[in-house]
Design a protein around this ligand. Structure first.
Ligand code: SF4
Length: 297
């Protein structure tokens, strides 16, 4: 596979959609063009404590997305594409600005469809003094060979493993092959960075898997946890998220047009215990700010 950005953009097969479009002339399923489009860059204090620390995580929100989640909480950015096209130099400037403002890390949110552009900026940023860890905060709908473009440049992988069953992936995100690609992507991420290492409460390098509990889909979270334990190991760090709320097009899907129940969340938390996961975070139901590192209640 060619690795230079112009060639990759001339016939885009970066993600499993494999549209094959020339992104200099048009856009594919993700709606991303040949320039990284960015909504905002800012310090974020409500990521997992090992990422936000005391000074905040330096988030950079990329516009557009390779998934079409009907409950997307950032749909103005992911679907409506609110943002500004940026050069490699401008993106590099944002990374260095976040470091200068005290961020514990640079946290690239929904980066997959701009992987080569981000790779180019990271190379410049490292040369210009970027020393804090780089976090790849993605939906895990990614090809291993695309992730290899940032091998050695990304320190922390933060994938969201969303569905275990094809039916759910089709119904809620129009991605029938999501489960198989997410598994391959997470194995590749783990190969690159290994188990998360944390020093004085701050993540330095490794894998942290996010699991968002969706209404009626606790059983899939349990299947995912079992797969992680069997494939990568139960020393893997897990963030079990209880912050789902119905938004965007959830009202068209009555079964997910509600928050999750305490019972649904508890089923997943108990599964963490049963499989002897010891590292990571659980949340209060409905809360996006309340993380605790204790899996056992
Ligand atoms: S990154 Fe976008 S254009 Fe490229 S294959 Fe995926 S959806 Fe299509």
């Amino acid at each position: 596979m060619a690795t230079d950005t112009p060639t990759l953009m001339a016939h885009c097969t970066l993600c499993p959609r494999e549209c094959g479009v020339n992104r200099s002339l048009s856009s594919g399923y993700c709606c991303g063009t040949d320039r990284a489009t960015i909504n905002t860059h800012q310090l974020h204090h409500w990521e997992e404590p090992v990422l936000s620390g005391t000074r905040g995580s330096g988030t950079i929100f990329f516009s557009n997305c390779t998934m079409r989640c009907v409950y997307c909480q950032n749909f103005e950015i992911s679907r409506l594409g609110y943002g500004t096209r940026r050069t490699a130099d401008e993106l590099c400037g944002m990374m260095l600005d976040l470091q200068q403002r005290g961020a514990h890390n640079v946290n690239l949110v929904t980066p997959s469809h701009y992987t080569p552009q981000i790779r180019d900026s990271l190379i410049i940023a490292r040369e210009r003094g970027l020393v804090i860890p780089v976090v790849w905060n993605s939906n895990a709908y990614e090809k291993p060979e695309t992730l290899q473009l940032v091998d050695g440049l990304v320190d922390i992988y933060l994938p969201d493993f969303r569905y275990y069953e094809t039916e759910s992936a089709v119904r809620y995100s129009s991605a029938p092959d999501y489960p198989e690609w997410a598994k391959k992507a997470i194995v590749e991420m783990h190969r690159q960075v290994g188990t998360l290492s944390v020093k004085t409460g701050i993540a330095e390098r490794g894998l942290l898997v996010r699991l968002l509990v969706l209404p009626g889909l606790s059983a899939e979270v349990r299947q995912i946890l079992k797969w992680i334990a069997d494939t990568i190991g139960n020393e893997t760090w897990i963030s079990l998220m209880g912050q789902y709320y119905p938004t965007y097009r959830s009202h068209e899907y009555p079964e997910i047009n509600r928050g999750i129940t305490r019972e649904e969340y508890e089923e997943c938390r108990i599964c963490l215990e049963e499989l002897d996961f010891e590292n990571g975070f659980v949340q209060g139901v409905g809360s996006s700010r309340d993380y605790t590192p204790d899996f056992r209640e």
